[in-house]
Ligand binder design. Structure first.
Ligand code: CUA
Length: 312
């Protein structure tokens, strides 16, 4: 039984989220009915002219007091435990989840697959395989929301947020922006298309272009990064080979792990964290490079980390 049957369940967690929702609805209904039943009963019993006992009685019952304190407490702590379990699962993508990169901007969703396939307001995903979305925004706060999967996650400028799901039904499901983001917020939506793995592989083949990492490499030259970070540059700039995932000492004495966010910020706000031993001469690329291109650059650096193996 589900009160949310109007909405299709198309992901591995959707059914269990609905059960929790139903339980909360049921509990609220029982409490509401109880309150109203007492109200009506007292109204009738103590109506004007009734023979009810109105003498001022001071009788306390510890048993009743403990019951109405402990029973609701146990119920609501139980609900909390149940919900936190689902929440933790929603926050923890399985290690084999395939990454797809999402950039939100007023007012569209741009997605790119590691193979370079790029889409706007559409996202193709395989059936039965966990998919992990790595998301950021080019301008204001948006929110990625697929009701049929029961997943929703804010998408923020200057930060990477993640969302994962395993689609369990082939079809085309609504995608909405769930955070008011300006004039065309209500039209900022699209479709998530779930395909059988074989069809999905075919779709990937048909739309294959330059891979994300290769595109990142091309951008590395196009934006002139290689002029300073290249192997035979005269400028003293950090070598980026094998940088990804390594611990970087900073000029203020602290350390940072070179993850997606660090690399993103080093491109957009290079003065924020200066690598120790280097002059703060890197220009900011804020406004000059799109978030989707930054993701491609990160993908390329990530691929360089893998190829250099032990250098972390
Ligand atoms: Cu984007 Cu609302």
């Amino acid at each position: 039984m589900s009160f949310m049957n109007l909405l299709p369940q198309a992901s591995s967690i959707a059914g269990r989220i609905d059960t929790l929702f139903d339980a909360m609805l049921l509990l609220s209904a029982v409490v509401t009915l109880g309150v109203f039943a007492c109200m009506i009963w007292f109204c009738v019993k103590f109506r004007r002219g009734s023979k009810a006992d109105r003498s001022d009685r001071h009788k306390r019952s510890l048993g009743i007091e403990l019951t109405w304190l402990l029973v609701p407490f146990a119920l609501f702590i139980g609900l909390f435990g149940w919900a936190i379990q689902l929440w933790a699962e929603l926050r923890t993508p399985p290690p084999d989840a395939a990454p797809i990169y999402v950039v939100a901007k007023q007012w569209m969703w741009k997605t790119q697959h590691p193979g370079g396939q790029r889409e706007i307001n559409t996202l193709h995903v395989p059936l039965g395989q966990p998919v992990r979305l790595v998301m950021t925004s080019q301008d204001v706060i948006h929110s990625f929301y697929v009701p049929a999967f029961r997943v929703k996650q804010d998408v923020l400028p200057g930060r990477y947020t993640e969302l994962w799901f395993t689609a369990t039904r082939v079809g085309s499901w609504d995608l909405f922006c769930a955070e008011f983001c300006g004039t065309d917020h209500s039209r900022m939506g699209g479709r998530v298309v779930v395909m059988k793995p074989a069809d999905y592989a075919q779709w990937l083949d048909a739309h294959a272009t330059t891979g994300l990492a290769q595109r990142g490499e091309a951008l590395f030259h196009q934006f002139g990064c290689s002029g300073c970070h290249g192997p035979d540059s005269s400028v003293h700039a950090p070598d980026l080979d094998g940088l990804y995932g390594r611990t970087v000492p900073l000029s203020d004495g602290t350390q940072v792990v070179a993850d997606d966010r660090y690399i993103h910020d080093s491109i957009m706000q290079p003065m924020k964290q200066i690598a120790a031993g280097y002059a703060p001469i890197m220009p900011s690329f804020q406004g000059r490079i799109g978030e989707d291109d930054v993701m491609a650059l990160i993908a390329w650096l990530k691929s360089r980390a893998d190829s250099t193996g032990e250098r972390r």
